[in-house]
Every structure is written in C-alpha cells, then in structure tokens.
Design a binder for this molecule. Sequence first.
Ligand code: NAD
Ligand code: AKB
Length: 314
Amino acid sequence: MKQDNILLIGAGGQIGAVLTEALRTVYGADHVIATDLKPLENQSGPSEILDALDGAAMEAMVKKWRINQIYHLAAILSATGEKDPMWAWNINMTSLFNVLEIARQRSLNKVYYPSSIAVFGREAAHQNTPQYEVLIPETVYGISKVAGENWANYYYRRYGVDVRSLRYPGIIGHQSMPGGGTTDYAVDIYHYAVQHKPFECFLRADTALPMLYMADAIRGTIELMEAPTNRLSVRTSYNLAGMTFTPDEIAASIRKHKPDFKISYKPDFRQAIADSWPASIDDSAARHDWGWKPDYDLDAMTKDMLEHLAEKYA
Ligand code: NAD
Ligand code: AKB
C-alpha cells in the first residue's frame, strides 16, 4: 500500500463519494481524509467538515493530517451555476486558489483538479472536439473551468506544482446522485426505469453529449495521477471520452431490459447549455500519453446500472 496522505475536498459529491473509497483501497483507509461542507456519513476512514473557501482551515487540515496530495472536487456545476453566476465563480475560483497556494507553499507532491467538457462552446468543433480547440464557454461553470485549467498549467510551469486534470464528460454512476449538472438526466433516467416510473427529460430527444461510466472515470483519474510525470504532455486538462448518446438512445438501451419504459421530453434552460457543448470529444492525447481506454459502452453501462439499482431499490 502506498504511503501518501490524501485530502479530498468535495468528497460528499457524486464523484467524490466514489473516488474516496477507490483511493482508500489504493492508499489505505486512514490515509485518505474525506472533507466536504456537509458532514459525511458511512465513512470507512477519517472525515472532516471543510469549507474550501477557508484557506486557513484548509492549511490547518493539511498540517494536521500531513497531507501531500490534494484532490479538489468541490465546485458548482453548470445548471446550478447559471442561477447565481457570481456566487458560482467565487466558489469555483477561490477554492482552487486556496488549493494551488497551499500546494505551492507546502511543496505538496500532487494536486488533482477536474475540468469538464463545459470548457467548449459553440465555436468549437461539435464532433470529435480536439484537445487543443478554441475555448469560448457559455456558462459561468465553463468559464471557471477554462480559467482553472490555465491556472493549473501556470502553477505547473511557474512553480513546478504537479497539478493534473481531466476534462470529464457527463459522469454516470449508481453509487451517488449528481449535483446540479446538465448531464444529470442520464443518471436520473435509470432511477426512474428501475422504479417502473415514466421519465420526463429536460433535454430534447436528439441531444447528443459525451458521457462516461463512473467505473471508467475513477480508474482514469487514478491512472492519470499515477502516470510518470514525463509521460504527461498536457498540463491544462486532458480530453477524456467514453461514449456519446442522446436521450432517445439511452431510453432505447433501457428498453432492451425494460420494454415498457416510457420517456417524454420537456426541454428547459439546460437545453441551451447542452447545445453549446460538443457531441463527442477526441481523447487521443490521453490514450497516447498515459494509456487511457474506457471499458464501458452504452449497453454495458445500462446493464450494470440497472443491476446495481435493482439491488438498491429492492
Ligand atoms: P457534486 O456537485 O456532486 O459535488 C460537489 C461537492 O462539493 C458537494 O458535495 C458539495 O457539498 C461540495 N462543496 C461545494 N462547495 C463547497 C465548499 N465551499 N467547500 C467544500 N465543499 C464544497 O459534483 P461532482 O459531480 O461530484 O463533481 C466533482 C468535480 O468534477 C467538480 O469539480 C465538477 O466540476 C467535475 N466534473 C463533474 C462532472 C460530472 O458529470 N459529475 C463532469 C465534469 C466535471
Ligand atoms: C454538468 O453537466 O455540469 C457536469 C459536467 C459535464 O461538467 N456533469
């Protein structure tokens, strides 16, 4: 078992809850300190309340637990961010600066900072969006991720802080619920299907978006963090792809198991956000540099999601 001490910020969220447990199997339960604004339940290791806007509290926690790696997951996502842009900008940027400054001042080994497909806007190529593409996002969330990626690159080039980052697509998992994103429908839909309820989708039937199964996202994150430094050529954030589908296609995949499943469509403000994002992204840099390869396609994910959620609701 590896003997780094990891601070996970935003560990109560959709990805954080799963990543915490995955990191604990690699580094040992006592070496992964899970933190969030809210108290964390059912923890197999240490946890604390931490507001990522409070730099002094974050530094005290780094000292207390002798932290040498930070995974900074706390953020306000695309849909919630549009309801109060300045609030979202403050949380997303202030928390990142606190992490980067502590990493610089205390010479931490590594920092993980997730970015998103939200960095792209409608000027970017819609299909197979390249790694290096024009970045004109149309949400405050996307703007904060473009800025965050560039600050990550800056701290690496200027101060040698080993910040690593992935542009996640929409992440789908059975373990936790998403928090305020535009891709959230693709998680909710499985919960409705398993409970034999009809699902009303907030995106149009033909809205194609890049998505990734949670198991792949967690494995990819840990693989990136364990890759030798000299293999990494991208210090802003790597494009990461899994699959692409529309609401219509995910419903069809669910119907292979649940033929009576019904979906209807009532697009809301999230449609404009989805329309500004790519349909698919090119992750060849991640494949080339550190061997990224997703395991799950849409049907494999559907089967796994339905099996796990059936157990949960039984
Ligand atoms: P989430 O909204 O589910 O969880 C975020 C967590 O951060 C929550 O538990 C929240 O309580 C916590 N948080 C918010 N403000 C905080 C603060 N001031 N201090 C401490 N904690 C605070 O988000 P997620 O889906 O788990 O996403 C994690 C990261 O991955 C985010 O940076 C997000 O931008 C990125 N990402 C997620 C997806 C996705 O599909 N889930 C896709 C692309 C990128
Ligand atoms: C969101 O929809 O905001 C997130 C993301 C793709 O960053 N899931």
